[in-house]
Write a protein that binds this ligand. Structure first.
Ligand code: HEC
Length: 123
């Protein structure tokens, strides 16, 4: 009986562990799609314009990790960026999404900043 219970526990662990590293991480940018498209600016800037502004995923991950302050953002916090005028006044919208989806997702163990930045850069 004891042996059976252990097998059951191990199986549950393996199944849930697998789901956590594949399905959840793989789907995460779907949550961003309500406002972000790959090639075209929408409610938020396109993933291509985000890539151009940040240069690489490590830079984006580090700005998220240090709190994503508006003045640190390469689009909404940088008057030299071509999309600054369009998005500077919308920074608060993204601040709410950052707290809920990005920092919130990291806190819950759904994603790391680097994993999410890599996904944005793979678009
Ligand atoms: C409800 C709409 C909405 C959702 C959902 C959303 N964003 Fe945004 N996002 C915006 C808006 C508006 C801006 C422009 C303001 C800004 O740049 O701060 C923006 C800007 C950004 C920027 C550029 C920041 C800058 O100014 O340099 C990044 C990076 C970003 N979003 C990533 C994401 C990711 C990743 C997700 C999903 C986890 C996401 N967003 C979900 C609305 C949204």
């Amino acid at each position: 009986m004891k042996k059976l219970l252990m097998i059951a526990a191990a199986t549950t662990f393996m199944v849930s562990g697998f789901a956590a590293t594949t399905a959840v991480a793989g789907d995460y940018t779907k949550k961003c799609k309500a406002c972000h498209k790959t090639d075209k600016n929408a409610v938020g800037p396109s993933f291509k314009n985000i890539q151009a502004a940040y240069g690489d995923a490590a830079t984006l991950a580090s700005v998220w990790e240090s709190g994503f302050k508006v003045e640190d953002r390469k689009i909404a916090g940088n008057p030299c960026n071509p999309n600054y005028g369009k998005y500077h006044k919308k920074a608060k919208t993204m601040t709410g999404q950052y707290k809920k989806l990005i920092a919130g997702g990291v806190k819950k163990g759904k994603i790391t900043y680097k994993e999410l930045a890599d996904m944005v850069f793979s678009k």
